[in-house]
Design a protein around this ligand. Structure first.
Ligand SMILES: Nc1ncnc2c1ncn2[C@@H]1O[C@H](COP(=O)(O)OP(=O)(O)O)[C@@H](O)[C@H]1O
Ligand SMILES: [Mg+2]
Length: 268
């Protein structure tokens, strides 16, 4: 592996990921690199393998071959929980919120807090009031408006559900936050909230992976753009040096990856 002296710290990286479903090749030697503190957009046509890439990176599916690295060390996640424990929070495209639970319960799902002292330690009583208070504060800080934190998620609009899922990722992600099409179901105002939230998270030093179909959104906030095509990374570009129409042209195969200026840090 050769790399330029200026190569930034890579928090999450993968080389040569392969994944087949029967005859379908979802990942075909896909490389991936995410630098510390950047927003990396991942774009590509439907079926290009973007969601498969995210799943292979986060233990939601196990790749047939290929390697994943966190902070330069090889990892093998067996489930999304393994990835979460390593500081990677993911909002998958098939939205994972528990609709029968309320907003506060969803934010603390799998991370419920116990009461202090004997009630919590011995009897396992949950600190529901405390969790509700923190959940309400968190949603307010993120500028996400809901009537009540005790509202069941099944009563929320699609956009509000998405906002709850993003809020949960932002609350717990220690290192990396991955969002697979987080604004697909959102209106204009909600989309802006999610984009602002992503910028906030990045400004706190976390790294963000944003899969999106919206080129204007991608060009507004991404530091680099990973272009995915036919199961692998075609190249990475920056919004500063490559136009929207050239990104789309690489996505669809009208332009070769070598025809645009590469912003790939490492070559293998
Ligand atoms: N669980 C699965 N079973 C069978 N085929 C799948 C499965 N998941 C993805 N695929 C196929 O893999 C390819 C890549 O899909 P996906 O990763 O969802 O692409 P994208 O997110 O870029 O639209 C598609 O052809 C899709 O039909
Ligand atoms: Mg997808």
């Amino acid at each position: 592996m050769s790399s330029a002296p200026s190569t930034p710290h890579l928090v999450l990286q993968a080389t040569g990921l392969n994944k087949r479903y029967g005859h379908v090749v979802a990942l075909d030697g896909a490389d991936f690199e995410l630098a510390q503190g950047e927003i990396l957009a991942v774009v590509g046509d439907n079926g290009a393998g973007k969601s498969s890439l995210i799943k292979a990176l986060t233990g939601a599916v196990s790749p047939d071959s290929g390697e994943v690295f966190i902070d330069g060390h090889t990892v093998r996640f067996r489930s999304p929980l393994d990835a979460r424990l390593a500081g990677i929070e993911t909002v998958y495209q098939e939205l994972a919120v528990a609709t029968e639970l309320d907003i506060a319960q969803n934010l603390f799902l799998g991370r419920e807090q116990r009461k202090q002292g004997i009630l919590g330690n011995l009897f396992g009583q949950l600190d529901k009031a405390g969790m509700r208070r923190q959940a309400a504060e968190h949603m307010k800080n993120l500028g996400i408006r809901v009537q009540s934190i005790r509202q069941k998620v099944e009563t929320l609009s699609g956009g509000q559900r998405q906002a709850v899922a993003v809020a949960r990722a932002a609350a717990w992600g220690k290192k990396v936050i991955i969002l697979d099409e987080p604004t697909a179901a959102l209106g204009v105002r909600e989309t802006k909230q999610v984009l602002d939230l992503i910028l906030k998270v990045r400004d706190q030093g976390l790294s963000v992976v944003l899969i999106s179909h919206s080129m204007p959104n991608v060009f507004e906030i991404a530091d680099r753009i990973h272009i995915h095509r036919l199961g692998r990374r075609a190249t990475i570009v920056t919004p500063k040096t490559t136009s929207m129409s050239d990104v789309v042209a690489v996505m669809t195969g009208a332009l070769k990856p070598d025809d645009v200026k590469s912003a790939v840090f490492t070559t293998h």
